[in-house]
Design a protein around this ligand. Structure first.
Ligand SMILES: Nc1nc2c(ncn2[C@@H]2O[C@H](COP(=O)(O)OP(=O)(O)O)[C@@H](O)[C@H]2O)c(=O)[nH]1
Ligand SMILES: [Mg+2]
Length: 310
């Protein structure tokens, strides 16, 4: 397929086209992504999550520059409707972002995953594959920290970075958000605004000193000035090395693959059910019965699968 060939050569326009097809759930998208799968598996996938406004997008821009200066090819997927990388009023340092935008070794893409079952899930995995297949060494995924998406991004990424900012919450709130289990690297950004040190102390007091041979570091950064960014990049590289040496990379890949397989199963089953003759109506009828309490969801699912819906 011509589009795939172009992508494999690193063509950004091909990447843009394919990711749009994924977003639109174009019938061809699945076939294309299937062709890409065996061209993936070499990139370091890094997820960044944290509250809106913490500086995730700014930090990613700074990391892109840092890794470019280290000779890495870098891709970015932003699953964040509130601060897209392109269009509208976005990034603080628009000009410098445009600089990396014309660089062949950088591809940045914002994505809307609305309407996809599971939100972040399958469409993002597919988009990451596109960036891997086009030859990116580092693929950053930005998600806004809102409940479930943190855990989802931790499953998607090899390395999960939790971005906090001073005053964004005391340790109890941090505990509640469930971010203590999933972060591999923590950074308190906006360290220029004061209060960062107490945030760091708070975080350190509640984080484990050792998690299966890895001690999650807590850093401070000023993303808008690039301060602390080389150190952050170093920690990311260290974590990737740790994953490789400890055999954890294989475990992570298995979890990633399982999430993908499960999501694909759900999607395939739903597609099969709703595109078969009379399937859509049957599905809606069963859904109505669940709503009116005539049927429970478990029984409904089993009946739909077995085809006995009477
Ligand atoms: N003072 C200060 N502002 C920052 C820093 N990092 C980002 N910002 C600003 O904070 C705002 C939100 O940043 P953004 O990257 O969009 O946050 P996101 O919502 O987490 O992606 C923007 O106006 C940035 O310019 C920082 O380290 N210090
Ligand atoms: Mg953002």
């Amino acid at each position: 397929m011509q589009l795939v060939d172009r992508l494999l050569k690193g063509d950004k326009r091909a990447a843009a086209k394919i990711i749009s097809m994924i977003e639109d759930r174009d019938a061809q998208a699945q076939k294309i992504v299937s062709l890409l799968h065996h061209h993936t598996g070499n990139a370091h996938i890094i997820g960044l999550t944290g509250p809106p406004g913490a500086g995730k997008s700014t930090l990613i821009s700074a990391l892109v520059r840092e890794f470019r200066s280290r000779g890495k090819r870098v891709g970015v997927i932003a699953v964040d409707p509130t601060s897209p990388f392109t269009g509208g009023a976005l990034l603080g340092d628009r000009v410098r972002m445009t600089d990396v935008g014309v660089d062949d070794g950088v591809y940045i893409r914002s994505m809307a995953t609305r309407g996809h079952v599971g939100g972040l899930a399958l469409a993002t995995y597919d988009a990451v594959k596109v960036l891997e297949a086009m030859g990116m060494d580092k693929v950053f995924v930005e998600t806004v920290g809102a409940g479930q998406s943190e855990v989802e991004v931790a499953n998607l990424a090899h390395t999960t970075v939790i971005v906090e900012m001073p005053g964004s919450g005391d340790s109890i709130q941090i505990l509640k958000a469930g971010i203590l289990e999933i972060g591999d690297v923590y950074t308190v950004n906006k360290a220029d605004e004061g209060g960062a040190e107490s945030m760091v102390t708070n975080l350190k007091s509640v984080l484990p000193e050792d998690r299966e041979g890895w001690a999650p570091p807590v850093l401070t950064t000023v993303a808008s000035e690039g301060k602390g960014v080389p150190e952050l990049a170093d920690r990311l590289e260290e974590h990737f090395s740790y994953l490789k040496k400890s055999g954890k990379l294989g475990e992570k890949e298995r979890i990633r693959s399982e999430v993908e397989l499960r999501d694909a199963l759900t999607e395939t089953m739903l597609e099969k059910l709703t595109t078969s003759k009379g399937g859509k109506k049957l599905y809606e009828d069963v859904l109505d019965k669940v709503v009116s309490r005539k049927l429970d969801p478990h029984t409904a699912a089993r009946r739909l699968l077995s085809g006995k819906t009477g």
